[in-house]
Ligand binder design. Structure first.
Ligand code: CP
Length: 308
């Protein structure tokens, strides 16, 4: 069996194109499994996984937990809010205490960029980054590309625009890396204040006119404004942001061609996307969530096969 070139999933920047193809082929198999009446396989009966979340999550956390249960792994869940982190315990001490209970793999979400890389150098377990601050969210980017492949047949040659708060988004950076590795063209669109200064050095083009960006693309990935990471005002009012960078049904229907609409969630309905677009025939938002389980099963399975 082929294996990944990495022992941890810390970011898309550490993967190569073959890794992504292997994850997708493995996810194809698991997608078929989770659509059977018995949605479970015994593959990881001897593996224990800790889900360690220092930041809020709905989709990622539930999706990892379901993926682990579908693979028959034993799991423990840790949430910083109810833990001894509140009493001053460090990240390494926290995780080493969890590992001394014989845990093989840690899925971690953390507010600090690089937290997963740091952990991988200090503890003996496979680490999966479930989002580290405004840095990377690799499984989100994998499920996003997988959903594009499912909808449009391939990612290579497709034009994807990522719209919104690029500056504070881990989804944007991981998507840029993943899409480019697979041969897609990427543009970013948003207010200048929410675009990193040297974003073009990543090989992406900037477009500040939303209609132009949407007329160019095959796929628009609409991002939420990350208010929780902002320490100042980046645009005059939410209403003004929505007028310039929000997508509504009138705009969608007036484009030169039919495009695919994506969103990583959580959605702020009426801000970056209206309900009639989010729930439209062109939206694959819930397909992304469904595919997240198969993608995470694939990542966990492939990393676990390197532990055994
Ligand atoms: N897309 C995503 O990461 O959502 P959660 O923050 O709910 O996990």
């Amino acid at each position: 069996m082929s294996s990944l070139s990495v022992q941890h999933l810390l970011g898309i920047k550490y993967l190569n194109e073959k890794d992504i193809q292997l994850i997708f082929e493995t996810a194809d198999h698991f997608k078929e499994v989770i659509n059977r009446s018995i949605k479970k396989v015994p593959s990881l009966r001897d593996i224990t996984i800790a889900n360690v979340f220092f930041e809020n999550s709905t989709r990622t956390r539930l999706s990892f937990e379901l993926a682990e249960k579908r693979l028959s792994a034993d799991i423990v869940n840790f949430s910083a809010a109810q833990s001894s982190v509140k009493k001053g315990e460090t990240l390494i001490d926290t995780v080493n205490n969890i590992l001394s209970m014989k845990v093989d793999m840690v899925v971690m979400r953390h507010p600090n960029p690089g937290a997963g890389v740091f952990l991988s150098k200090h503890v003996k377990a496979a680490i999966i980054n479930a989002g580290d601050g405004a840095h990377e969210h690799p499984t989100q980017a994998l499920l996003d590309s997988y959903s594009i492949r499912e909808k449009l047949g391939d990612v290579a040659g497709k034009k994807v625009v990522i719209v919104g708060d690029i500056l504070h988004s881990r989804v944007a950076l991981s998507n840029i890396f993943a899409l480019q590795l697979q041969g897609a063209e990427v543009k970013v669109c948003g207010p200048r204040t929410l675009l990193p200064k040297h974003i073009e050095s990543l090989g992406v083009e900037v477009e500040t006119n939303l209609r132009k960006a949407l007329n160019w693309c095959d796929v628009a990935n609409m991002l939420r404004i990350q208010n929780e990471r902002m320490d100042m005002s980046y645009f005059p009012t939410t209403r003004e942001y929505t007028q310039q960078f929000g997508i509504n049904k009138n705009l969608l229907d007036s484009l030169e061609k039919e495009i695919v609409i994506m969103h990583p969630g959580p959605i702020n309905r009426g801000v970056e996307i209206t309900s009639d677009v989010a729930d439209s025939r062109q939206s694959i938002i819930l397909n992304q969530v469904e595919n997240g389980v198969a993608i995470r099963m694939a990542v966990i399975y492939l990393l676990a096969s390197m532990i055994k």
